[in-house]
Design a protein around this ligand. Structure first.
Ligand code: DHE
Length: 543
């Protein structure tokens, strides 16, 4: 089992919604008391479902259906859960008790529970138009430079901190969904959309004197992705959010979140088999067409959804590779590159032609975030991804016009300070590429980032221990250095130090040119900061 959400995910609402049924079992069948089963079910949804799936069919993590689990047996399963595996699953003996581990090992040998559906009726009933558009400000009511605001995920408190990037101070903390995941921006830059793992989507209006949630809707029971309509003429008109459970996506009004259209993603994998749980992974919005790229994890199908007429929705379905996860645009914004992470491939879609441009083999478990674009001195324009399962940053050529011989090929692998990378980042104005490694089991590596000089990639990267420079008290617990994000000007890099819920965390701001610490943002309210979304860069897909 891979630790879901890299250390504590959720499907709590789904778990709560499940009937606490215990099937009658024969003497030989693994069984638990109703109370233990209920608890194990919650632990499974919180810790395991993100990687292995609710129905345990497997994705980033292995298939955990009862027949396979029974073959491994109780004591082997307990060992795996406690200690992890060489295959990339981390140990759980630091966060689960011996009883929890034992019961979880039994639970995965029992038939999986299926959470309820969440249809239009449920969604509409959950919808709150808290401050309707006609009651909202007609102009910006605060004096903050909104383009340089960062929406920061405070993962374990279910909040986002809106940080004034110029002053480097929090100017609003907003309650959002449980185990909040990512923020995205409306085309105008006025609205921030925040999705929680419990499926709660919150809309924040940055024009308010103190920005607050103006609308919310629960789009499913377990979700990860959200984006908006960015094509000319459709700015701020629609939002689209995808869920892990039920497997579906929903199109909503952009300024109220009123649900308009719900589309199931259940269907056939690229291997031609039916899958009951094809989860919605990344969603990105095209700037060259009224279209979203919606990546369906388990089927490996990439959907190009034309939102110009949502009553008569036209979708192009592109066959790629299974286990699609995260990805980003190339510098021209024509090609979308997405990791099929457990297939160890990057799929590249030509959104102009509506076709797969290439499937590129990489080292183990590519994890780009949105990736990083720059011009390589030798190979021309490239896009970079890091890997969870290998200590390299992979560079793929992205210019089929002027650098055809390098296009859609791995042109170089840059050695990093360790596997367990989640995010790489650069900026068009920068000459640096930053790579984290928060999932590395070694404290020193997980607390550090590697910085490459884009003018001379033959030079070894500089390894910077972010935790040591932060001034936070030394502790045995890991403060994971995660998610480098540039400011609007492209001259600062912000890195979260993601500590435990009860320990102090911080955001360390580096001067990009000198790579020296410029500022450390600490605040007692800044609990478990992870992703940071600069308004301007997120709005314009700059990375
Ligand atoms: Fe994420 C992006 C799914 C765990 C921080 N993560 C994404 C995307 C997906 C995804 C599908 C792409 C969204 C998009 O672009 O529309 N994440 C998952 C999981 O399934 C997984 C592995 C396990 C889970 O159960 O949730 C998971 N993610 C995490 C974390 O534990 C992270 C590190 C911390 C946190 O706050 O949850 C985390 N994920 C992020 C971030 C992004 C992201 C910061 C956006 C990166 C960007 O720069 O755009």
């Amino acid at each position: 089992m891979i630790r879901s959400s890299f250390g504590g995910s959720v499907l709590v609402m789904a778990a709560a919604a499940l009937a606490a049924t215990v099937s009658p079992a024969s003497a030989q069948e693994p069984t638990l008391s109703p109370q233990d089963k209920d608890h194990a079910k919650n632990v499974y949804f919180q810790r395991c479902a993100g990687c292995h799936g609710v129905l345990r069919k497997g994705a980033t993590g292995k298939n955990l259906e009862p027949d396979n689990m029974k073959k491994l047996g109780q004591s082997r399963l307990e060992r795996i859960i406690a200690l992890g595996t060489d295959g990339g699953m981390v140990n759980f003996d630091d966060i689960l008790s011996k009883d929890e581990i034992r019961n979880l090992a039994t639970y995965v040998q029992m038939p999986p529970d299926t959470p309820p559906e969440w249809g239009m009726k449920d969604m509409t009933a959950s919808w709150k138009n808290i401050v309707p558009p006609d009651k909202r400000p007609t102009k910006q009511m605060n004096s903050v430079n909104l383009k340089n605001v960062f929406s920061v995920t405070l993962r374990d408190t279910g909040e986002v901190a809106l940080i004034d990037g110029d002053k480097k101070s929090i100017f609003s903390i907003v309650k959002t969904g449980y185990a909040v995941h990512i923020s995205r921006l409306s085309a105008s830059g006025r609205y921030v959309y925040v999705i929680g793992r419990d499926g709660l989507l919150s809309l924040i209006d940055l024009w308010m004197e103190k920005p607050q949630v103006v609308a919310e809707v629960k789009i499913g029971l377990d979700a990860r992705s959200i984006d908006t309509s960015k094509f000319k003429g459709f700015e701020d008109k629609y939002a689209v959010a995808g869920s892990y459970w039920p497997p579906q996506y929903v199109i909503m009004e952009g300024d109220t979140l009123k649900p308009l259209k719900l589309v199931s993603t259940r269907g056939i994998t690229v291997d031609g088999e039916y899958h009951p749980e094809p989860r919605v992974a990344s969603i990105v919005s095209s700037q060259i067409k009224p279209e979203w790229v919606i990546n369906i994890k388990e089927t490996g199908q990439i959907l190009l959804v034309d939102y110009s007429d949502i009553k008569n929705l036209k979708t192009t379905t592109i066959e790629s590779a299974k286990f699609l996860h995260d990805g980003g645009w190339d510098a021209s914004k024509r090609y979308f590159l997405v990791a099929a992470n457990a297939s160890h491939k990057i799929a590249i879609v030509d959104t102009k032609e509506g076709k797969l441009a290439a499937l590129v083999d990489t080292q183990k478990i590519p994890h780009p975030g949105r990736g990083a674009n720059f011009v390589h001195p030798k190979y021309g324009p490239v896009w970079a991804t890091g890997h969870l399962g290998a200590d390299v940053v992979t560079l793929i050529g992205t210019d089929p016009e002027k650098n055809k011989q390098h296009a859609w090929k791995v042109v170089e692998e840059l050695k990093t300070h360790g596997a367990g990378n989640l995010f790489v980042k650069t900026h068009p104005k920068s000459k640096n590429l930053w790579a984290d490694a928060p999932q590395n089991p070694e404290k020193d590596i997980a607390e550090s980032v590697a910085v490459y000089d884009l003018n001379d990639l033959t030079k070894k990267p500089e390894i910077i221990n972010v935790a040591k420079l932060s001034g936070l008290p030394e502790s045995r617990a890991i403060k994971r250095a995660v998610h480098p994000e540039y400011n609007e000007a492209g001259d600062e890099v912000w890195i979260s130090l993601w500590a435990g819920k009860t320990e102090p965390s911080a955001i360390v701001v580096f001067d990009d040119k000198t790579r020296k610490v410029k500022s450390v943002i600490k605040d007692p309210k800044m609990i478990t900061p992870t992703g940071k979304f600069n308004v301007y860069n997120t709005q314009h897909d700059i990375y």
